[in-house]
Design a protein. Structure first.
Length: 149
């Protein structure tokens, strides 16, 4: 029987220079990974939080080169989840209990900061749907040859 709670848990570690050291995205109820636990680990490693927040979606997808729609969906889900968490960490979003990215815990020490947050999946899904990169905002894309012309 499927669970009604589809909340996801995001854990982000930043080093003292606010660079991404690690992150994980998993289901709150069962702890299972969303795709892979750290699908974008190679892309995020050492990037400044502000760099991830400012990343262009097209350039990001070109760098990751997902091979099919399912992989693209998961890559974008991780991308937007990271951006939601980082926006809270840098003070661009509040992170309250009823916000799309709700802080569950925040710890800091000489090695950096660790955020654990609960993400509302419907918000992530809507961001993916509306990022269509074609200007339509509907989740569809033009063929690569005509995109953004």
């Amino acid at each position: 029987m499927p669970c009604d709670d589809v909340t996801e848990v995001l854990r982000i570690e930043l080093d003292p220079d606010d660079r991404v050291r690690a992150y994980e995205l998993s289901k709150r109820t069962c702890g299972r990974a969303v795709g892979e636990r750290s699908l974008l680990a190679e892309w995020t490693a050492g990037r400044a939080a502000t760099e991830v927040l400012a990343a262009d979606i097209d350039a990001f997808l070109q760098a990751l080169a997902p091979t099919d729609e399912a992989e693209e969906f998961l890559v974008l889900k991780h991308f937007f989840a990271l951006r939601m968490g980082l926006a809270v960490l840098v003070g661009r979003e509040p992170g309250g209990a009823t916000d799309p990215c709700a802080v569950a815990s925040l710890a800091h020490g000489p090695e950096g900061i660790e955020l654990i947050a609960h993400l509302r999946v419907e918000v992530l899904t809507e961001q993916i749907r509306s990022c269509g990169r074609c200007g339509k905002g509907c989740g569809t894309r033009r063929p690569a040859a005509t995109a953004h012309q």
